[in-house]
Design a protein around this ligand. Structure first.
Ligand code: FES
Length: 95
C-alpha cells in the first residue's frame, strides 16, 4: 500500500515523525495513528491468541482490533488516536 498523492485542494497537516516499534514512521498532523501505519504499509499490528493477524477493522472505535501502546499507555485504539510529534508506539506484532 502506498500513500495517495495529495490533490491540490487538500491541505495536509504538518509532516512529523513518530516512532513505531523503535522505527521512525512519517505522518502528518491530523491523521490517525492507524492511518499513518496503513500508509506506511503496516496492515497488521496485533494477533489473536490463535495467531490471526489484527489491525484496522472497523476504523470507528468499536471493535478494539487496533490496540497499541502509546507513550507507555496500553490498549489505545489506533483508529481514534491522532498522531503527535514524538509519539512512541509499541505494537504486539513487530514488522
Ligand atoms: S479499528 Fe475497530 S476500534 Fe479501531
Amino acid at each position: 500500500m502506498t500513500r495517495i498523492g495529495t490533490p491540490p485542494e487538500v491541505e495536509r497537516g504538518q509532516a512529523i515523525t513518530i516512532r513505531v516499534d523503535g522505527l521512525p514512521l512519517p505522518a502528518h498532523l491530523g491523521e490517525t495513528l492507524a492511518g499513518a501505519m496503513l500508509a506506511s504499509g503496516r496492515r497488521a499490528w496485533r494477533h489473536t491468541r490463535h495467531g490471526h493477524a489484527r489491525g484496522l477493522f472497523c476504523g470507528i472505535g468499536l471493535c478494539f482490533d487496533c490496540l497499541v501502546t502509546v507513550n507507555g499507555t496500553p490498549n489505545v485504539r489506533a483508529c481514534l488516536t491522532p498522531v503527535a510529534a514524538g509519539m512512541i508506539v509499541e505494537t504486539e506484532r513487530k514488522p
